[in-house]
Unconditional design. Structure first.
Length: 296
């Protein structure tokens, strides 16, 4: 009933004992708003409680999801799509109802994208709670029933959808000066309340080196003085210092992970409006310097 009464454009189903990171919904909505071919978006997850693990699989496993489920339940979905396919199968009460939903999505031509960031914390229960999953016979019967129920998906495979980077924006000065793309006013503004000073920092990466050591020490000092911090990076990188920066703030954005390069100007303008920082600090980022006029 909740699905049919929901008023939002997107839905996330979250159990009360699970958790999500503070920027997850924002990134997932930006991804779906700028990638209309996708109907769902989730992220990597971390298991905790009875068992601890890192889960770095999802929609990217493609047809492998027809054999076993790699997609976590904390997935942001387009509300209308979920309604159109009939929602969850309420007859499934012993587990795997989320897997059934992903298969029905695929059977109706819908698929999703998994963000390569850890945003979902899944509480692992002791063995025995979901007997249908752990029992090999029941599991095999379930798969065979899905094969009959979703013949199109099992015959043709899941939809093959991929992200496409606009080639015309490969040059930094060209895309930074562009006014093409989505108007930020079309997106929920998500104005955050502010009770402390706030700084928005634009840096290339979070790599080991002199510049990032300065940035980290600078932001650590501000955090100790009570500042709220937002960080945006502007280069594709492994960012090995991300965990260290994450100890200072959870408000970190790596745009390459959830939007294409032609949407960066819109996103940065949106972020500045959303966070309403007292200071915007750009450090060693050509893209950031070129964006300064748009942030005034």
């Amino acid at each position: 009933k909740g699905i049919h009464q929901a008023k939002g454009k997107y839905l996330l189903l979250l159990d009360p004992d699970d958790m999500i990171e503070q920027t997850y919904l924002e990134k997932a909505v930006w991804f779906l708003e700028t990638h209309p071919d996708f109907s769902l978006c989730n992220a990597w997850s971390l298991g905790f409680a009875y068992k601890e693990y890192m889960w770095m699989q999802g929609f990217d496993k493609g047809d492998q999801n027809l054999k076993e489920n790699s997609i976590t339940v904390a997935t942001v979905m387009r509300t209308q799509v979920l309604r159109d396919i009939g929602g969850f199968d309420e007859k499934l009460t012993t587990g795997m109802e989320d897997w059934d939903l992903w298969l029905r999505m695929a059977n109706n031509g819908h698929w999703g994208y998994t963000l390569e960031e850890f945003h979902f914390w899944y509480r692992v229960s002791p063995p025995g709670k979901w007997s249908a999953i752990s029992n090999a016979t029941i599991f095999q019967n379930y798969v065979e029933q899905r094969q009959q129920k979703y013949k199109k998906a099992y015959t043709e495979g899941v939809p093959k959808i991929s992200r496409v980077m606009p080639i015309k924006y490969a040059n930094v000065p060209e895309f930074a000066a562009s006014e093409d793309g989505l108007d930020p006013s079309l997106l929920p503004l998500n104005l955050l309340s502010k009770c402390r000073p706030r700084i928005m920092v634009v840096i290339p990466t979070m790599e080991v080196g002199g510049a990032d050591q300065f940035n980290f020490n600078f932001l650590k000092g501000l955090a100790q003085e009570g500042w709220e911090i937002t960080i945006v990076t502007t280069k594709i990188a492994k960012n090995p210092w991300l965990p260290s920066f994450a100890r200072l703030t959870g408000d970190i954005f790596l745009p390459f992970n959830f939007i294409e390069i032609n949407q960066w100007p819109n996103f940065l303008v949106y972020l500045a409006k959303s966070r309403n920082p007292d200071v915007i600090f750009v450090s060693n980022s050509e893209w950031g310097y070129l964006m300064v006029p748009m942030l005034r």
